[in-house]
Design a protein around this ligand. Structure first.
Ligand code: 13P
Ligand code: SF4
Length: 311
């Protein structure tokens, strides 16, 4: 990239030239969020990807999200600024082991969190996101046995909240696992009136202290509507950018990790996407998500069920 390139202006130019839509997750850097056409949680981003009439989707999120966009919009070119932007939940669930787990429990259906590979989606019956899981689970007959993967914390939260027995795959999000209960309680002593909002990917010892538990969009709505002027946010701290834009008069404090600050809770995968890489992705239409058609159709079945059941 030539020195002095105005990346923002170039991205704007290429977005028009390519008829591209930029979809961004709340865990992206503020500058990427600000130039995205749409910023949302996993379910909203999936819906946008399925509905768009753009020719190119530049997905500023992680690979499973860009793959989901390709599965739902196969005729579009889908680019991901950094193909190494993975997810620890996806990594914790290798398809061959998940297949064996399913085969060991033939009387169970498999509900999978969207944070998994296309292969695991193809091995699953229904996909859920953190914002749709409760609604989807409530439509499944009580006597139906369920495998839930790959996030054991989201699965455990749903089990406790809805009183459903499910077999859990032992995967975790390394970002939400990094919050410290001791440091959170110390922060709460300093701000006794501040509610805590937590993502259900957090371990139970964090979620149990939360006044609100929900997806990134749910947490953002809570920030806008809650009484009081200070909120403790137990999810990836880049979402605070949207909160500060929406309600600048309120104060948002990222929940701490063991070192007492919230920088250890930055998602290292999301952070791989940069303005430079987004510019190059729009310029070169690479790195591009490509997928075998049989795999795509297999994964689409469980994603379509999510979109039907969540609507
Ligand atoms: P949501 O935006 O759907 O809450 O997901 C959070 C997350 O960790 C995405 O990887
Ligand atoms: Fe995966 Fe966690 Fe990063 Fe989300 S925050 S992409 S679940 S590692």
């Amino acid at each position: 990239i030539p020195q002095g390139t105005d990346l923002r202006a170039e991205i704007e130019r290429l977005r028009k030239e390519r008829n591209a839509v930029i979809l961004g997750h709340y865990y992206q850097s503020p500058e990427i969020q600000d130039l995205s056409d749409f910023v949302g949680d996993s379910l909203e981003l999936s819906r946008k990807a399925a509905e768009t009439d753009a020719d190119v989707i530049a997905f500023c999120g992680v690979r499973f999200m860009a793959e989901t966009a390709k599965i739902l919009s196969p005729d579009k070119i889908v680019v991901l600024p950094d193909m190494d932007a993975g997810c620890s939940l996806e990594d914790s669930c290798p398809p061959a082991q998940f297949k064996a787990f399913r085969e060991a429990h033939p009387d169970h259906i498999a509900l999978s969190y969207i944070n998994c590979s296309a292969e695991v989606k193809a091995l699953s019956d229904i996909i859920v996101t953190s914002s749709s899981a409760e609604k989807i689970l409530s439509q499944i007959p009580k006597d139906q046995k369920i495998i839930f993967g790959p996030d054991k914390h989201l699965g455990g939260y749903l089990k406790r909240k809805l009183g459903r027995d499910m077999l859990l795959w032992p995967g975790v999000c390394i970002v939400h696992e990094a919050f410290s209960e001791t440091e959170l309680l110390k922060l709460k002593v300093q701000h006794p009136d501040a509610p805590i909002a937590a993502h259900p990917e957090c371990p139970p010892y964090i979620v149990d202290h939360a006044d609100y538990v929900g997806s990134t969009s749910g947490i953002l709505d809570f920030a806008k509507t809650m009484p009081g002027d200070t909120l403790i946010v137990a999810t990836e701290p880049h979402i605070i950018h949207q909160m500060e834009k929406a309600v600048p008069e309120k104060t948002f404090i990222g929940a701490p990790g063991a070192d007492g600050n919230c920088n250890c809770n930055i998602c290292p995968y999301m952070a791989l996407n940069t303005m430079e890489k987004l510019y190059l992705a729009l310029r070169d239409l690479q790195p591009r998500i490509e997928m075998d058609e049989t795999l795509r159709l297999g994964a689409k079945k469980s994603l379509d069920r999510m979109l039907e059941m969540a609507s």
